[in-house]
Design a protein around this ligand. Structure first.
Ligand SMILES: Cc1cc2nc3c(=O)[nH]c(=O)nc-3n(C[C@H](O)[C@H](O)[C@H](O)COP(=O)(O)OP(=O)(O)OC[C@H]3O[C@@H](n4cnc5c(N)ncnc54)[C@H](O)[C@@H]3O)c2cc1C
Length: 370
């Protein structure tokens, strides 16, 4: 491939690779730079929601550890609910497997991927974008910036810093090669783990990922909460890796989505769910939308079309919960825990028990310990 290309993608996480794959499939000449050598570690619990699974299709199967159809929600010390769905609601993997898999899909589609290559600077002009990498100046009509939550190039474009919450987790391995036992059967979401947040347990092939997510910036309190959750689950004797912590964007404003001919995708655009911490699906979706609008140009105003599609197709899923999140900041004990701290709601749930309502998609059992 000559140095000339139609699109430069910065970052080969889910946003960058999904963008590169879709753009290359549309016939664009695409170069992708990632500063890391793959496989690389990205702090992430790597739970794929049904939204992500739908975007990825069955071809993602080789990197899936477990498909889970049981979700236990521990709402308060006394109230829990178990949802047994008729179909998988979450699949688990690891980012060391998922990201090389997505990058390879982009390579097979025709994108040129260069790992261990950092982009140090970026400037957007009216006709194109210039980036500086490995002492070279490269230009392209469009750049997709998919540098993740903590990238430095946003500020080079004059964009305001993003707002963040945090998440942290540890990997727990059963001793002497034992199975995961009851911990392998479903995922657990625990609203009592953290004020203004929740805890999770995701089963993987040979370990469980135990973590917490919240609205404050990551700090030592997250690591303490992970320790507390591990203890509460009776997993203190399991071999532990971590804890690891990372930043989760909390808000995505229209100005975060583009700057001139630079379209911004995934975490770099603030596109993650502020409550659940889910970002992989939104990264893939925004990366693909960026590729589609660039491939369709001209005569489209690419940036305007991109912003419009992000506003219509992604933001409603995030902002549905965002105002609620803000209100819940005054409540305290996590999303559902906070609702249950409202006495009439708690009373209504208790009246419902013992209840195992069958719904179109499965059975929900509410359990109240009296
Ligand atoms: C602890 C934690 C747990 C999470 N758990 C989940 C979960 O279970 N499910 C879920 O859906 N989401 C989860 N998320 C969110 C999810 O990890 C992100 O939303 C997702 O990784 C965003 O993908 P991305 O492609 O935008 O960015 P990233 O995955 O961060 O990829 C960015 C890439 O850009 C590269 N890069 C950065 N700067 C440069 C540069 N200057 N030059 C070249 N390359 C560069 C990096 O090396 C990296 O490979 C979690 C987040 C955290 C912090």
């Amino acid at each position: 491939m000559s140095d000339h290309c139609d699109l430069i993608v910065i970052g080969a996480g889910p946003a960058g690779s999904a963008c590169a794959e879709a753009a290359a499939r549309s016939g664009l000449r695409v170069r992708v730079f990632d500063r890391a050598q793959f496989p690389r570690t990205k702090p992430c619990a790597a739970g794929l929601t049904s939204r992500a699974l739908e975007l990825l299709g069955d071809s993602v199967d080789p990197v899936i550890h477990r498909r889970v159809s049981t979700v236990e929600m521990r709402l308060t010390g006394r109230v829990s609910g178990t949802w047994r769905s008729t179909r998988p609601v979450v699949a688990t993997t690891t980012r060391r497997e998922l990201d090389p898999f997505l990058a390879e899909r982009a390579r097979q589609a025709g994108a040129l991927l260069e790992f261990g290559r950092s982009v140090f600077d970026i400037s957007a002009g009216p006709e194109g974008v210039e980036v500086v990498s490995a002492g070279e100046r490269l230009s392209a009509p469009y750049v997709v910036l998919a540098e993740g939550a903590r990238g430095r190039l946003r500020s080079r474009l004059g964009l305001e810093p993003l707002e963040f919450g945090g998440a942290a987790y540890a990997r727990l391995y059963p001793n002497d090669g034992a199975t995961l036992g009851e911990h392998g059967e479903g995922i657990v979401l625990d609203a009592g783990t953290r004020r203004r947040g929740y805890g999770w347990i995701f089963p993987k092939n040979d370990h469980v990922n135990v973590g917490v997510c919240g609205l404050e910036l990551p700090g030592p309190d997250y690591l303490r909460d992970v320790d507390r959750l591990v203890e509460k689950l009776g997993l203190s004797s399991w071999r532990r890796e971590g804890p690891f912590a990372g930043f989760v964007p909390r808000v995505s404003r229209p100005e975060d989505h583009s700057r001139g001919r630079v379209l911004i995708a995934g975490d770099a655009a603030g596109l993650a769910d502020p409550i659940t911490g889910e970002g992989i699906a939104y990264a893939i979706q925004s990366g693909r939308i960026a590729a589609e609008v660039i491939a369709a140009a001209p005569p489209l105003d690419v940036a305007a079309r991109y912003r419009e599609r992000i506003e219509n197709e992604i933001i409603p899923h995030l902002t549905l919960l965002t105002p609620l999140t803000r209100r819940l900041q005054t409540f305290g004990p996590g999303l559902v825990g906070a609702l249950l701290s409202v006495r009439p709601i708690a009373a209504a749930v208790e009246r419902w028990v013992p209840g195992s309502p069958y719904t179109a998609d499965g059975i929900l059992t509410i359990d109240v310990r009296r």
